[in-house]
Design a protein around this ligand. Structure first.
Ligand code: PLP
Length: 238
């Protein structure tokens, strides 16, 4: 068994245990493997172990890796690539042309650009709106008060399909504070459902907090280090 195979099995058993503990079907939680900074060969190894959804934070790195991985794996393996990093306006075309999902939409002009730049032949780009759930601690994500109007605008844009919400809770806080932020996300998602939005994705939970996120209703957990190990390259704060 390779180390990635072992790590994936271990993350899957954490997900299963957390889902069961919360009275949820483990199949209701999808694992996104966050492969930022790791080379295509490592991603191809994960594909061999049955992992098909990957997350990348940087547009150029991601696009290069998507092509490199494709060349390494069996033809016809359908991978799903999620963009999960902060979006610079001048990168929207690259993202719209190469990714399947964008989880970090937090302002209308970025959504409009993605809509205009998505090639029709690729089908709809799947969208999550990133919410700033940690207040002052983050400059990314829409403020909760501005979420519903943004969701309404995004829903009206061609070639985008709004699927749900995404959050990155503040790092290094108490378990109670962390739980409260995760719960607040679930409540925002429920509010939107009451307003008639049909959303099926709540993206939250990473290597260190996936159990808490699943207990609070996450349907997609984004896991990097627990699968691939520590990242050698130091990243700017998200
Ligand atoms: C890096 C990253 C992750 C994965 O974090 P780990 O702690 O490595 O599991 C998840 N989500 C986002 C947005 C990230 O940037």
């Amino acid at each position: 068994m390779s180390s990635i195979e072992r790590a994936l099995a271990s993350v899957h058993s954490r997900i299963d245990a957390a889902a069961r503990a919360a009275g949820r079907d483990p199949a209701s939680v999808q694992l996104l493997a966050v492969s930022k900074t790791f080379p295509a060969e490592v991603v191809a190894e994960a594909v061999k172990c049955g992992q098909f959804a990957f997350g990348e934070n940087y547009a150029q790195e991601g696009v290069a890796k998507i092509a490199a991985v494709r060349a390494l794996i069996a033809p016809g393996s359908a991978l799903t690539w999620h963009f999960i990093g902060p979006i610079q306006s001048n990168k929207t075309r690259l993202i719209a042309e190469h990714f399947d999902w964008v989880q970090t939409v937090d302002r209308l002009n970025v959504a409009q650009r993605l809509s205009q730049q998505r090639p029709a032949a690729l089908g709809d780009l799947q969208i999550c709106i990133q919410v700033n759930i940690s207040g002052e601690a983050s400059k990314h994500g829409v403020e909760p008060a501005d979420l519903a109007p943004l969701a309404r605008e995004v829903s009206g844009l061609a070639r985008l399909k709004l699927r749900g919400l995404m959050a990155i809770p503040e790092p290094d806080m108490s378990p109670e504070r962390s739980r409260a932020q995760l719960r607040a996300m679930r409540e925002l998602q429920d509010d939107l459902a009451r307003q008639g939005f049909a959303l099926d994705t709540l993206s939250m939970g990473m290597s260190d907090d996936l159990e808490a996120a699943i207990a609070e209703g996450a349907t997609l957990v984004r896991v990097g280090r627990a699968i691939f190990g520590d990242r050698a390259r130091k990243l700017p704060a998200a």
